[in-house]
Write a protein that binds this ligand. Sequence first.
Ligand code: CP
Ligand code: NVA
Length: 307
Amino acid sequence: MTRHLLDIADLSAADVRHILELSVCGLDQLGTPLAANGTALGAALIFEKPSLRTRHSMELAVVQLGGHPVATKGEEIGFDLREPVEDITRILCGYHAVLAARVFEHGVLDRMAAVSTVPVVNMLSDTSHPLQALADALTMRQSLGELAGKVVAWVGDYNNVARSLGEVCALLGAHVRYACPNGFGPDEPELERLGMLGTATVRRNRRPIEAVEGAHAVHSDTWVSMGLEADAAARRRAFEGFSVTTELMQAAAPGAVFLHCLPAHRGLEVHPDVIDGPNSLVFRQGHNRMHTARGALAFVLGGGGQS
Ligand code: CP
Ligand code: NVA
């Protein structure tokens, strides 16, 4: 069966642990699942939105697994403009051993996965960012140890990154606390869905301080995700009071760490003293994208032994 990676919630806790193991094991153990008889197989990387971390980490991960990445901008391909998503996918999976895409609409990934004969990987959609969540989990685990029982706070928008982070935390048994302005948080069915993924609790708080109190890790992200630029001014007003400041971090557990998927906006969602301070893990987190990209690709390709 073709193994896609569209959402963390499609994985089991054992799958997530396996990907994290593959992410930190040596290249000799992973082998070259993206090569056949010494010849590099292709990996299509399609970007409908800008990217720094995802593009570089995925291109390098493909090379490290023996393959050859072909990165293309969305406008060159024109999903449903130049030709239907299904036709594009059927052609590309005849060339490549894996297809990965960053898309505006998550439904495009579902449609790709429905017709693809090779794995499809989500490199960020409007609803989720599983590759980011894997790096977030690895980074927190390196610093905090096992995540079961730890408290992870999110301050800001309940966006693609927040959703995937909640899924990975719930699967690994961490308690999740979301502090979001009214209208920008998870609703009750969504909290229930996340809670059903694991044994830990998932809660929504009205005020950042309530979510952050006693937390072992505090995360934030931009208030204006890619594609929402027209709402930037209104969003900045709505998110006033939801910046991660030094004072807010003081309410967290002693030694609590700060994470952010980047790009970050200093002075908006996070104060410079926090993101550039000693407890910030953002650059290690960004670098871990390299390792978890390789782990995720090895997992969908069946490299390093499937659990
Ligand atoms: N965090 C992240 O996905 O970064 P890029 O948008 O630069 O890929
Ligand atoms: N939530 C952000 C993440 C960027 C990596 C966005 O979608 O733009």
